[in-house]
Write a protein that binds this ligand. Structure first.
Ligand code: RIB
Length: 308
């Protein structure tokens, strides 16, 4: 069973002709509201990929909150752990340009009120996988990681958006997901003079005993296991419409694969396929594939290769 502790946002998606520069105003004809939030996106991706998933998070007592809860339930996510708070439901404004590039601003609202105490002890025990990101207050994540480590469950953290992570929290992880920028920031915050993703991932895997996965956009992903085994996963070639949520899809489908007992290399390949498919429509969750769609597209991506 997977428990996702994290953010639930309503995305206001604006198809702009170009991403505004500081001080610039750009016009577009309209916008669409679409379910988002890194936590909810990962929960939906994992559920569509076939996992049993529960979401713990917060919304406001407003229309967006009700829509987002219904969206989770419709996607097959157990949403009993989604609480209503007096704060407004979080929103994200997402400007997407014709090349599928985006710029995102998040107003955290209810996400700031989540409490790790809402996660039941049973969800943290051996055989369970806890999935976290960084759109909720970091101290709640650190405390929950400590509880999960003591209870025997496995923990996956996507360090998005990037923030310094205490070494004690890092040591409590089983899977640590970062992109290039987040990897470099983590190395920096730990005082390491390293800039190459592979070198950073190797040191993280070695010193924290964690499987470190670095997503590299069009260059695929790297994964280093605690024993030093290194994998390179190629991407699915697609014509992207909107890359919003691709990283969340990767994380959710990777979690689903690992939770079902798949080997890391197999779970990485499924995650890469799903992340590519997720870029083919506007919106974070719109084109997230289900298990059958991942299976059908699997032979379009090479398997992860061992790196010497
Ligand atoms: O990772 C994509 C997500 O980031 C969007 O859905 C948006 O809500 C922001 O949280």
């Amino acid at each position: 069973m997977i428990t996702v502790f994290g953010s639930i946002n309503m995305d206001l998606v604006l198809p702009v002709p170009s991403i505004p520069r500081p001080g610039e105003t750009v016009l577009c004809p309209s916008y669409e509201t679409k379910p988002g939030g890194k936590g909810a996106n990962q929960a939906v991706a994992a559920a569509r990929a076939g996992a049993e998933v529960a979401m713990v998070g917060a919304v406001g007592r407003d229309g967006y909150g009700a829509q987002l809860r219904a969206n989770l339930v419709e996607a097959g996510v157990e949403a009993e752990g989604v609480r209503e708070t007096e704060h407004p439901t979080a929103i994200a404004t997402i400007a997407v340009d014709p090349s599928a590039e985006n710029a995102i601003c998040v107003a955290g609202g209810a996400n700031g009120a989540v409490d790790q105490a809402w996660v039941a002890e049973e969800a943290l025990s051996a055989g369970n996988l806890l999935v976290l990101q960084m759109e909720v207050p970091a101290p709640q994540n650190w405390a929950l990681i400590e509880r999960a480590k003591a209870a025997g469950g496995r923990v996956m953290l996507s360090l998005a958006p990037a923030a310094p992570i205490p070494k004690t929290a890092l040591d409590g992880l089983d899977f640590f997901l970062v992109n290039r920028i987040e990897a470099a920031m983590t190395a920096d915050s730990l005082g390491w003079s390293l800039d190459k993703p592979l070198a950073i991932a190797r040191r993280l895997a070695d010193e924290a005993g964690v499987t470190c996965v670095v997503t590299l956009g069009g260059d695929g992903a790297l994964a280093i296991e605690p024993d030093g085994t290194a994998w390179r996963q190629p991407v699915l070639t697609i014509d992207p419409v909107d890359t919003t949520g691709a990283g969340d899809t990767f994380a959710g489908v990777l979690a689903a694969g690992l939770d079902s007992g798949k080997a890391l290399a197999d779970a990485l390949r499924r995650a890469a396929v799903a992340a590519g498919l997720a870029c083919t429509a506007l919106g974070a969750q719109e084109s997230m594939p289900d298990k059958a769609e991942i299976d059908a597209a699997l032979d379009r991506v090479d398997a992860a290769q061992l790196v010497a």
